[in-house]
Design a protein around this ligand. Structure first.
Ligand SMILES: [Zn+2]
Ligand SMILES: [Zn+2]
Length: 91
Protein backbone atom coordinates (compact mmCIF):
# COMPACT_ATOMS: atom_id res chain seq x y z
CA UNK A 1 0.00 0.00 0.00
CA UNK A 2 1.29 3.42 -0.86
CA UNK A 3 1.55 5.72 2.07
CA UNK A 4 1.08 9.36 1.29
CA UNK A 5 2.49 12.12 3.44
CA UNK A 6 0.29 15.05 4.31
CA UNK A 7 1.47 18.45 5.36
CA UNK A 8 0.21 21.80 6.52
CA UNK A 9 2.65 24.68 6.14
CA UNK A 10 5.41 22.17 5.46
CA UNK A 11 4.71 20.21 8.64
CA UNK A 12 3.85 16.52 8.35
CA UNK A 13 0.43 15.89 9.91
CA UNK A 14 -2.13 13.09 10.19
CA UNK A 15 -4.31 13.04 7.05
CA UNK A 16 -7.74 13.26 8.64
CA UNK A 17 -7.46 16.07 11.12
CA UNK A 18 -7.72 19.78 10.64
CA UNK A 19 -4.60 21.52 11.87
CA UNK A 20 -4.48 24.80 13.75
CA UNK A 21 -2.26 27.35 12.04
CA UNK A 22 -1.58 31.06 12.43
CA UNK A 23 -4.31 31.68 9.85
CA UNK A 24 -6.91 29.37 11.33
CA UNK A 25 -7.72 25.75 10.64
CA UNK A 26 -6.15 24.13 7.63
CA UNK A 27 -6.85 20.90 5.82
CA UNK A 28 -3.89 18.54 5.43
CA UNK A 29 -2.70 18.34 1.83
CA UNK A 30 -0.99 15.31 0.32
CA UNK A 31 2.58 15.90 -0.77
CA UNK A 32 2.78 13.44 -3.63
CA UNK A 33 0.52 11.48 -5.95
CA UNK A 34 0.63 7.64 -5.91
CA UNK A 35 3.21 7.77 -8.72
CA UNK A 36 5.47 9.99 -6.65
CA UNK A 37 4.99 13.33 -8.37
CA UNK A 38 4.89 16.38 -6.12
CA UNK A 39 1.36 17.79 -5.96
CA UNK A 40 2.08 21.42 -6.64
CA UNK A 41 -0.27 24.25 -5.98
CA UNK A 42 -1.83 25.42 -9.24
CA UNK A 43 -1.28 22.07 -10.98
CA UNK A 44 -3.42 19.88 -8.77
CA UNK A 45 -7.16 19.39 -9.18
CA UNK A 46 -8.86 19.43 -5.82
CA UNK A 47 -12.28 17.87 -5.62
CA UNK A 48 -14.76 16.05 -3.42
CA UNK A 49 -16.78 12.91 -3.86
CA UNK A 50 -19.73 12.18 -1.58
CA UNK A 51 -19.61 8.92 0.34
CA UNK A 52 -22.43 6.78 1.70
CA UNK A 53 -20.39 4.94 4.31
CA UNK A 54 -21.58 5.42 7.91
CA UNK A 55 -19.79 8.18 9.76
CA UNK A 56 -18.26 9.59 6.62
CA UNK A 57 -19.53 12.39 4.42
CA UNK A 58 -17.14 12.06 1.53
CA UNK A 59 -13.60 11.96 0.29
CA UNK A 60 -11.33 14.85 -0.49
CA UNK A 61 -9.58 14.23 -3.80
CA UNK A 62 -6.33 15.61 -5.15
CA UNK A 63 -5.61 14.78 -8.79
CA UNK A 64 -2.09 15.00 -10.15
CA UNK A 65 -1.13 16.13 -13.64
CA UNK A 66 -0.61 12.43 -14.43
CA UNK A 67 -4.32 11.91 -13.56
CA UNK A 68 -3.61 9.73 -10.52
CA UNK A 69 -5.82 10.64 -7.60
CA UNK A 70 -5.10 10.80 -3.91
CA UNK A 71 -8.31 10.16 -2.01
CA UNK A 72 -8.65 11.18 1.66
CA UNK A 73 -9.68 9.04 3.42
CA UNK A 74 -8.99 6.14 1.07
CA UNK A 75 -12.07 4.25 -0.17
CA UNK A 76 -12.37 0.99 1.70
CA UNK A 77 -14.71 -1.94 2.20
CA UNK A 78 -17.23 0.26 4.00
CA UNK A 79 -17.95 2.19 0.84
CA UNK A 80 -17.93 1.55 -2.85
CA UNK A 81 -16.72 4.91 -4.02
CA UNK A 82 -15.36 5.12 -7.53
CA UNK A 83 -12.58 7.51 -8.40
CA UNK A 84 -13.45 7.68 -12.08
CA UNK A 85 -15.98 10.44 -11.65
CA UNK A 86 -13.90 13.04 -9.89
CA UNK A 87 -14.49 16.61 -10.86
CA UNK A 88 -12.10 19.12 -9.46
CA UNK A 89 -10.88 22.62 -9.68
CA UNK A 90 -7.38 23.98 -9.86
CA UNK A 91 -6.16 25.68 -6.73
ZN1 LIG B 1 -16.46 6.30 0.21
ZN1 LIG C 1 1.39 12.11 -10.62
Amino acid sequence: MTSVLYTVDGRVVPPRELVRTANGWAEPVPVRCPAGHPLRSGRTLVGWIPCLAPGRTGHRTHQCECRQIVCTPEPDDACSCQLGQVNGRKV
